[in-house]
Design a protein. Structure first.
Length: 379
């Protein structure tokens, strides 16, 4: 059987005995527990001792009056949340204002009508119960939210440690697999396996580095380490590195670098990885037998302009901005491993390009997909 909560306890404070008795009897008849005080000073003592759920407080009393008593009561433990009803003979605006300034929740004029007294008391107790429940719910929800935030932070920290610790082994696997793939004493099969390892581990490295740099950018630490960069040379070298992969699906990569381009001040590693991510996308999302064209030319003003074009399915207009947000991927049923990545490549590209004061976008007028980015000369 469910336990009944104890009946609410009301403290009645009045220096006038008939008034006290009337209030007491009215409340007792409805099953309330009643405690009494005959002055403001006594009321404070009884409040501390009895911890009532509600206080009926006469305004005019010798010594501490009702307003002053209420103000002190609010400073006691449980004082702020316990409803206080002033009992007053003076029903005028000024008394009402003073009552609410003194922190009263309600006021009743004397002579008090029992039915009215009971209604006010019940209402205030109900409000109080609801506000306690609300407060409890709020506390629970806030704790759950804090726990979630803490967990989320722990998770992010763990991920960033793991990602960081992956970087070195991944790089060394790449290096050793590269050496193996060039070892003339190995059988063709073994060399092929080594080449396969190189390619997969390079994919892994790209993801790891994207994650690391995106994390760095979140912490405001993606600072390009600038030096003179020959961007045409980077384009050619990235295209060459993608050659084996392109050949597997009979794709062609062409690179056109305009002559006489100045070298730019940029972070060679970041720029290379922007190319790698764009080329990875082009190879992945363009069809078998498709063609990929990389162009590097002078842009308007002090910029070089790069285009990475493929004749694949293109990016729908509605997605051309959003595609640069993290974890955004298009549904591409025709592409087997379209979900093999994580939707971080373009997010990284935008961060890296913007860290240089450049920008990246999709050319809306072109056929297929054409990613363009421009980088300032940086001098
Ligand atoms: N050349 C492209 N042609 C068509 N769609 C593309 C092309 N490049 C990117 N997309 C679409 O944009 C999405 C986001 O690309 P992004 O490079 O950010 O992530 P991803 O390639 O899915 O994974 P990740 O690069 O992290 O391995 C892709 O999932 C794909 O749907
Ligand atoms: Mg990608």
């Amino acid at each position: 059987m469910e336990e009944q909560p104890p009946p609410p306890k009301v403290l009645v404070v009045d220096d006038n005995e008939p008034n006290r008795v009337l209030a007491e009897e009215t409340l007792l008849s409805e099953g309330y527990v009643v405690v009494l005080a005959t002055s403001g000073e006594e009321a404070l003592e009884v409040f501390v001792r009895e911890q009532p759920d509600l206080v009926l407080l006469d305004v005019r009393m010798p010594g501490l009056d009702g307003f002053a008593t209420c103000a002190r009561l609010r400073a006691l433990p449980r004082g702020p949340e316990t409803p206080v009803v002033f009992l007053t003979a003076l029903r005028d605006l000024e008394t009402f204002d003073r009552a609410s300034r003194a922190g009263g929740d309600d006021f009743l004029t004397k002579p008090v009508r029992p039915a009215e007294l009971l209604t006010r008391v019940q209402t205030l107790l109900r409000i109080r119960r609801l506000s306690v429940e609300l407060h409890d719910h709020f506390r629970v929800i806030r704790k759950q939210r804090d726990d979630l935030v803490r967990l989320q932070l722990q998770k992010e920290q763990l991920v960033s440690f793991v990602v960081h610790d992956l970087k070195n082994p991944v790089s060394s696997i790449e290096l050793h697999a590269l050496l193996l793939s060039r070892d003339a004493s190995l059988s063709e099969d073994a060399k092929e396996s080594a080449t396969w390892i190189v390619r997969e581990v390079q994919m892994m490295k790209r993801l790891v580095l994207n994650l690391l740099d995106i994390g760095r950018a979140d912490d405001g630490k993606l600072e390009p380490r600038k030096g003179p960069v020959d961007i045409g040379e980077i384009a050619i070298s990235v295209a060459n590195a993608g050659g084996v992969r392109a050949a597997e699906r009979e794709q062609q990569i062409k690179v056109a670098v305009a002559s006489g381009l100045p070298s730019i001040e940029a972070d060679a590693d970041l720029v290379r990885r922007v190319f790698e991510n764009l080329l990875d996308n082009a190879l992945r999302y363009a069809p078998r037998g498709g063609s990929i064209a990389i162009g590097v030319a002078a842009g308007e003003g002090p910029f070089v302009l790069v285009r990475v074009a493929d004749n694949g399915p293109g990016v729908p207009e509605a997605m051309r901005e959003r595609i640069f947000d993290r974890y955004v991927q298009l549904d591409m049923p025709s592409i087997q491993d379209s979900r093999a990545g994580r939707g971080l490549g373009l997010a990284f590209c935008r961060l890296a390009v913007e860290a240089h004061g450049g920008s990246i976008w999709i050319d809306p007028s072109a056929q297929g997909t054409v990613f363009c980015f421009k980088l300032p000369h940086g001098r």
